[in-house]
Design a protein around this ligand. Structure first.
Ligand code: FEO
Ligand code: CA
Ligand code: CA
Length: 507
């Protein structure tokens, strides 16, 4: 806030409901208050309910991209409700010039004027919403200490719910090898060969879910506020996948081998034999975490999918050739993948309290999984689970799972994670708006960004770096290669159950 006055800032931001902000972490300027906290290299924020984006002293932010910002001369615009961010420099010799990917997860009904409860959209209004989701590829550059978009770059483009995307599967899905669009894009990952993985999470809100009973396929309704059913012909089976995107060309493909569910993330690591291993959480109460081991280096098109039994520390194969029960239940591997959740239940996967993001500690190799919360288990605050693979190998079929830290003391509802290069964990919280939970969450203020050292006497304690505007969650934390900037999305500021008359923020 030091560069421009607060008044100028508010004028600039007034109509921006969502943005990818950039935190410039300036170690030379931080306030080392050792008496307050000997282990955090800054004075942490206290919980706040202020209608503002607050940063601990020593940090500052710049606006990088905002909703409906023009990306190119084809009229494509930056989308809504940002989540996952990846940044890939063109070359390792110049980390300050590269391509950014930003997920656009979902829309809000107030995009459409005249909305009120019970409002029915026209097809034209649904088409507007289909343009808001998916993701953006944006060429960015750092000049004179500040990141900004390269205007009119040939790389700037959108993928949305109209973009045709090939489906990589053994068999066509509903007779199709191409899906129309990507949506519900939540978190993601980056492959070792420099493509981005964007995860289709709550697709059912838009296109419903297909249910087969006695051989008859019916579509269960989507979300009352978000559903496009009646205006689109988008089969649910074409969504819920991990989508691989080449940022230089915009080419995308749906990787069905990684399974179909509410994919939160797709966190990659390399095995010693050069194959890529991907961890993914299924963000729904009492769903599971999965591991995918690619069949060969340099590709995720084929491989083996496993689901976690965290009680016995085993990865259970979702493979019809290895399990008679799966062979009986599904007539092909493609059918099994479409119904990944059902297959996971058959083999005895452990139900978890909303598994969201997963990150791998660059120092120890341990795998950290956020379990956001659970209504079913009366666990409002969530926790972070730590998985140590046997022999520290991502190819291992055995692991040890333990509780790293529980919510309820320093924070509530852990969601997105990122490690810095020293092995400190950075975490965003997601106390999604729920009137019944406000009493439990009130003392934590608005959602925030936290710093969690993994070593030292405060290992596992969380120190607040940023506080979001009310109704928002901070998402998609992504360090620039020099670790001086953290790119961050501010998703759904003001959201209170999709009702525009109850917007909670004017930030
Ligand atoms: Fe899109 Fe699970 O948060
Ligand atoms: Ca999330
Ligand atoms: Ca979330």
């Amino acid at each position: 806030m030091s560069e421009i006055s607060r008044r100028q800032f508010l004028e600039f931001m007034g109509r921006s409901a969502t943005l990818a902000g950039a935190f410039n972490f300036l170690p030379g300027c931080v306030n080392l208050d050792k008496s307050a906290n000997p282990s955090a290299p800054f004075t942490p924020l206290k919980p706040s309910q202020k209608d503002d984006l607050l940063l601990a002293k020593g940090f500052k932010y710049n606006l990088l991209l905002k909703w409906r910002q023009k990306l190119n001369n084809q009229g494509e615009l930056f989308g809504y409700n940002n989540d996952f961010i990846a940044y890939l420099p063109f070359s390792s010799t110049n980390p300050y010039d590269g391509l950014m990917w930003v997920n656009h997860e979902y829309t809000d009904p107030w995009l459409n004027s005249g909305w009120k409860p019970g409002f029915t959209r026209t097809k034209a209004q649904v088409d507007i919403e289909r343009k808001e989701v998916g993701g953006s590829i944006v060429h960015i550059r750092k000049n004179e200490g500040r990141w900004s978009m390269v205007k009119d770059s040939k790389f700037n483009r959108r993928l949305d719910a109209f973009t045709p995307i090939p489906i990589i599967s053994e068999q066509p899905i509903l007779g199709k090898k191409i899906a129309i669009g990507t949506l519900g894009n939540c978190a993601g990952g980056v492959t070792p060969w420099g493509t981005v993985l964007t995860c289709e999470e709550n697709y059912q809100n838009f296109v419903g879910e297909a249910v087969v009973s006695n051989g008859k396929r019916t579509i269960q309704d989507g979300d009352q506020y978000l559903s496009w059913i009646g205006h689109v012909d988008l089969p649910p089976e074409h969504y819920g996948w991990v989508v691989e995107v080449d940022l230089k060309t915009g080419r995308a493909q749906k990787l069905t081998a990684l399974g179909r569910f509410s994919h939160e993330c797709a966190t990659t690591t390399l095995a010693t034999d050069g194959r890529c291993v991907v961890y993914s959480g299924d963000d729904s109460d009492q769903e599971h975490i999965y591991k995918f081991i690619a069949a060969k280096p340099g590709s995720l098109e084929k491989g083996s999918l496993y689901v976690a039994d965290t009680i016995n520390g085993r990865w259970l194969p979702l493979d019809r050739q290895k399990d008679q029960r799966l062979k009986q239940a599904f007539n092909s591997h493609t059918q099994l993948l479409i119904s990944t959740r059902a297959a996971a239940k058959i083999v005895g996967a452990t139900p978890l309290d909303r598994p969201e993001d997963i990150e791998i500690d660059p120092i120890s190799g341990a795998v950290f999984v956020t379990l956001t919360n659970s209504r079913k288990n009366n666990n409002p605050y969530g926790s972070i689970m730590k998985i140590v693979e046997k022999d520290n190998s991502p190819l291992s079929m055995e692991f040890q799972a333990s509780n790293f830290v529980s919510g309820g003391q320093d924070f509530a509802c852990p969601d997105n994670l990122v490690f810095d290069r020293k092995g400190n964990l950075w975490m965003c919280t997601d106390m999604s708006y729920n009137p019944a939970m406000q009493e439990q969450y009130g003392r934590f203020g608005n959602n925030g960004l936290f710093y969690i050292p993994l070593s030292g006497k405060n290992a596992g304690r969380a120190f607040q770096v940023a506080s979001s505007p009310p109704g928002a969650e901070l998402t998609g934390p992504c360090f620039a290669p020099d670790y001086k900037t953290l790119f961050l999305s501010v998703q759904h500021p003001g959201e209170r159950g999709h009702d525009p008359s109850r917007i909670a923020s004017h930030w």
